[in-house]
Design a protein around this ligand. Structure first.
Ligand code: NAD
Length: 287
């Protein structure tokens, strides 16, 4: 069994981003900028936003966090996004999800300029991704794809089961795998017999939010298991969706939690923001 080390791969990506930021600064006098909007005081959302701000600082980005009260109206969020859309120092805009119930999340995501949609959630980018065209891609599934690339895991013809079908994890994950010619099955809460699917898969990718959902008898010998889940247990421990101790001896590769997919998500956010800044610098040059 080989561990897929998301922490060191994330560091490698961040070092690359940092070196490219230096180039942009030197050659174009440009600093990539990321705006993060977080609403309410959910501790997990704030922890993610703080991590993102710290990562931005480490690679030399400019970053602004708009920390808004839970009572904010939809129009007020739209106003902030419009300001960021028009701000030439901002190349990436991220709205930390979930949003409070009075806000229509889809509406908010559609207001973001697709050229600054570094989370890849805008329908324009989602459509392009599904069509296998160049686009911003959601950071978590993109991070998983980067792991496959780094570990030379060929996806063509592989039977892959994705567990979880959310717009931000499972669905984009399935599209990216299909674009690489994998045979993809997407499972979710209404799937009749989850084990029947996972136990036949060459690769199992789980992003659900249920600790220990994937048990030893649900995975075949030699399978590759990617655990996207992040769950905080009552005793404070952070675990994924896979019963790691029981499942890992059967795997050819597996990601740990923490230290697996989590750090890759942040690295891909930085990579997407860098790409956006590079694209904007090209537009400036062409004009
Ligand atoms: P979500 O609640 O939007 O979606 C969960 C999905 O899991 C749904 O499709 C649901 O049908 C499915 N599901 C729920 N219970 C199930 C069960 N018992 N069997 C099969 N399918 C089931 O959640 P999300 O935003 O997609 O996040 C999923 C998990 O991934 C969470 O633990 C979240 O913290 C984690 N996550 C991690 C990262 C990262 O960077 N590693 C990023 C985003 C989300």
């Amino acid at each position: 069994m080989q561990l897929i080390d998301g922490k060191s791969l994330s560091k490698k990506v961040q070092d690359y981003v940092q070196s490219e930021v230096e180039v942009l600064k030197k050659e174009q006098g440009m600093v990539p900028g990321l705006a993060v909007i977080v609403v309410g005081d959910d501790p997990a959302s704030h922890a993610y936003v703080n991590m993102k701000e710290k990562a931005c600082k480490n690679v030399g980005f400019y970053s602004i966090a708009h920390k808004m009260p839970v009572t904010i109206t939809q129009d007020e969020i739209i106003e902030i996004i419009t300001m960021m859309n028009n701000n030439p120092h901002i190349h990436g805009i991220l709205v930390q999800l979930p949003l409070p119930p009075q806000i229509d999340t889809n509406k908010i995501l559609e207001v973001i300029d697709p050229k600054k949609d570094v989370d890849g959630f805008h329908a324009y980018n989602v459509g392009r991704m599904v069509s296998n065209l160049e686009s911003f891609v959601a950071c978590t599934p993109l991070g998983v794809m980067k792991m496959f690339e780094e570990y030379n895991i060929d996806l063509e013809g592989q039977d892959v089961v994705v567990v979880g079908a959310s717009n931000i994890v499972g669905k984009p994950m399935a599209s990216l795998l299909l674009n690489k010619n994998a045979t993809v099955t997407v499972t979710h809460i209404f799937t009749k017999d989850l084990k029947a699917h996972t136990s036949k898969a060459d690769i199992v990718i789980v992003g659900v939010g249920v600790p220990n959902l994937i048990k030893e008898d649900m995975v075949k010998d030699g399978a590759i298991v990617i655990d996207i889940g992040i769950n905080r247990l009552e005793d404070g421990r952070l675990v994924g969706d896979v019963d790691f101790d029981a499942v890992s001896p059967k795997c050819s590769y597996i990601t740990p939690v923490p230290g697996g997919v989590g750090p890759m998500t942040i690295a891909m956010l930085l990579q997407n923001t860098l790409t956006s800044a590079q694209q904007f610098s090209k537009i400036k040059e062409d004009n």
